[in-house]
Design a protein around this ligand. Structure first.
Ligand SMILES: [Zn+2]
Ligand SMILES: [Zn+2]
Length: 129
């Protein structure tokens, strides 16, 4: 089960709805792994995981690309041993890794509007699965 998270800017009209948390399709491991292709150490970690049946948790979190300011759904994966990976990809430059800041939407953390810089509070608005 996942949830919708909405970010709206009253000043410039920016509005986006993000699908966060996790859904059924996300338990397809190959699909999960495809989010992390480029990362250092990732290929080795995947090999290790393929040999074991270790438990993993997958979810989307709200994140901000610190290079272009875009807000996005960031895939995050947590392995049984506590290792956490999250995607550092962004469409502003698909061939390199970016500084992605994860937003704790459950704590009312604010994020700057990608269009005008106004500080906005993401709101949870419903569930999806
Ligand atoms: Zn970016
Ligand atoms: Zn704005």
């Amino acid at each position: 089960m996942g949830y919708f998270c909405e970010v709206r800017c009253p000043d410039c009209g920016y509005s986006r709805k993000f699908q966060l948390g996790c859904g059924k399709k996300d338990f397809d491991r190959e699909a999960v792994y495809s989010h992390f292709d480029m990362m250092d150490g990732w290929a080795a970690k995947v090999e290790e995981m393929k040999k074991s049946s270790a438990y993993l948790t997958f979810r989307y979190r709200l994140g901000r690309c610190e290079d272009c300011g875009m807000l996005k759904e960031v895939p995050e994966i947590t392995f049984e041993d506590g290792t956490v990976f999250y995607s550092k990809q962004c469409t502003c430059d698909p061939d390199s890794e970016h500084e992605i800041r994860l937003v704790a939407d459950e704590d009312g953390e604010t994020v700057p509007c990608p269009d005008c810089g106004n500080m906005l509070t993401p709101e949870r608005t419903g569930l999806w699965d």
